[in-house]
Ligand binder design. Sequence first.
Ligand SMILES: [Zn+2]
Length: 287
Amino acid sequence: MYYFDTAILSTIIYAAQIWALEQGDIIEMAQTHFIRKLLAIYPPRSANYFLRLETGRVHTQYRLLSLAVKFHGKLIKMQEVRLPKIIYEEQIHLNKTGKSYKEDKNWLKLYEKILNHYGVSVEEMNKLHYTRNRTAITGFFKKVETILKNQDLKKAEESNTYRYYKYPFISHNAPSYTYSLWPIYLKRLNAALRNKSEWIMIGKNKIIQLYKYESCPLCNIMEPYSVYHILINCKLLTPYRKKGNFCSTQIYPEDEYVLSFTSLSLPQIKEIHNLLYIHISQIDLTR
Ligand SMILES: [Zn+2]
């Protein structure tokens, strides 16, 4: 994500404090698109809020607002003769005297609207800039971050797919695998498992396509074809499951099985990878 922030985002949001105050959702698409490619998880199931929560990212709106607030601070200190300052003063005057048309969207109006959304007025922000109250400004941004994260958490809580974001995990920390030093293919596997993906990439060119079959194409057990079936129940993998290991000890019932992937260790994710690899190789042999 360091690459994204330095090389991609900084280009996209160049001078965005001026032109993009209302385009937060459009700019955010670049970020979610990047994370989706990075983790290699694909629709139908990979909600944008899930991608942000998994990688501990905040909605780009946060960056836009922080740029705008910094710009506001600069405007205040700017010499009276400079053009941005003149326009700024003019907008204040217009908005105060009500002479600007209601539909008119000048920068100051948009800025005010967004600040209001997070519970601060332009005058209050003005004061903070004048008094150089860094602590209060930092506090304000902490609040904005919390609001945006809580919006994502709420969406995750309300979905059926991402059950592990429900209570008691109210203050959410991104899961450790996205920050770990694991090889990228294992991180991607972990992301796909947590996302309940129906399309899972294994190795360089093997793909498990759960949506293709109603039940397992290898054994006769009549139950839905799922990661749960493969790891826990599939008979053809019995010789490969080692006693006491992750895939032989089932902690969660089938409908909660996704919770098993919350904080996997490196040996555990490797074991899962191996079993899935054997499974897909067995399918390839029957073709
Ligand atoms: Zn099976």
